[in-house]
Design a protein around this ligand. Structure first.
Ligand code: NAD
Ligand code: AKB
Length: 318
């Protein structure tokens, strides 16, 4: 029986993953945690056990793991790329020292650990198209540095201590439940809100900038499928390339125009986030994930746009 602790559970992924895991494993077997309570998450907090856990506080984390007999930690607490460039020291502390605490507690209490990596683990010298699973990883952001180091640290804990660590390199995730937490791919979420509210969006990412993306239901499937995968089949563990689509701002705008024909897109490019985007791949090769644990996303760009617009319309009361 799984007893799961989710760190950073009130973020973009955690707020939806908690609900899905509680549906599958039972509400009492999924402990949600975050370093602080965030407004708008009352329903989630009341739907099962919830604890305040700051992952940079190893003692607090350890106590909660012991209190709930946790055997699986899904570590979602992190600082993302754009915020990470504003606060590199905080990004290093949470993403690295926090992960170290998670792995140490997992080693002592015999827990499995799932930690997402990112397309940010690649850099400007990585092959840009169909980026292979095993390739050059020399990122130029603090976030990317923590993601590569995190992948290596997770491998180390598996090889040295036998901790069952697993992870995927997520692309930009698009969802309607919780806004993204300060990344470079966030434009691809904001565009849907503005399309519905104003029929117009000003992109901080330039025309022609291709990045991998994925709709949240597929991201949740990726986490659950990899967590449940037969360990004897896993060659890569930390971390698998996964993707569902690759587009630039013009392509997502064209998809939105299929549902809102008068939608307009213009640009006010942010040099910091644009430089980050340009250092990342255009598209990933995710064949290792497909071969080793059956990864197979369901949503392409138009299917995602249709669902996003329908769900957001209801959410925004439009
Ligand atoms: P998010 O920023 O939306 O949520 C992170 C959560 O962690 C927030 O609720 C925040 O309050 C919490 N947090 C921050 N510091 C903490 C600490 N010290 N202790 C405990 N909680 C803390 O992030 P997300 O989008 O849900 O991402 C989760 C993971 O997935 C991260 O590792 C991120 O790098 C990775 N990822 C996300 C995306 C994406 O597009 N969302 C893409 C690739 C990888
Ligand atoms: C970000 O833009 O920082 C994240 C990511 C791709 O890791 N969405």
């Amino acid at each position: 029986m799984r007893k799961i602790l989710i760190t950073g559970a009130l973020g973009q992924i955690g707020s939806e993953l908690t609900v899905e895991l509680r549906r599958i494993y039972g509400a009492n077997n999924v402990v949600a945690s975050n370093r602080r309570i965030k407004e708008g998450h009352e329903k989630l907090i009341e739907s099962g056990p919830f604890e305040i856990v700051d992952i940079t506080n190893g003692k607090q984390l350890h106590e909660v793991v012991k209190k709930h007999n946790i055997n699986t930690i899904i570590n979602l607490a992190a600082i993302l790329s754009a915020v990470g460039e504003k606060h590199p020291e905080q990004c290093w502390n949470i993403n690295m020292n926090g992960l170290y605490n998670v792995l140490e507690v997992a080693r002592e209490e015999n827990c499995m650990v799932f930690t997402p990596s990112s397309i940010a683990a690649f850099g400007p010298t990585t092959p840009k198209d169909k980026t292979p699973q095993d390739t050059i990883q020399r990122p130029t952001t603090m976030y990317g540095v923590t993601k590569v180091a995190g992948e290596l640290l997770c491998d180390y804990y598996f090889l040295k201590y036998g901790v069952d660590t697993r992870g995927v390199r997520f692309p930009g995730l698009i969802s309607y439940e919780t806004l993204p937490g300060g990344g470079t791919t966030d434009y691809a979420v904001h565009i849907y809100y503005d399309a519905l509210k104003n029929k117009k969006y000003t992109s901080f990412i330039a025309k022609g900038t291709m990045m991998d993306m994925m709709y949240m239901p597929d991201a949740l499937d990726a986490i659950i499928q990899l967590m449940e995968a037969d360990p004897s089949k896993l060659i890569h563990r930390n971390a698998f390339n996964v993707t569902a689509m690759s587009f630039d701002p013009e392509m997502i705008a064209a998809s939105i125009r299929k549902f809102i024909p008068e939608f307009e897109l213009d640009y006010d490019v942010d040099p910091v986030r644009q430089a980050i985007a340009e250092s990342w791949p255009n598209s990933l090769d995710d064949s290792a994930a497909r071969e080793e644990w059956g990864w197979n996303p369901k949503y392409d760009l138009d299917a995602m746009t249709k669902d996003m617009l329908e769900k957001l319309k209801v959410k925004l009361g439009l």
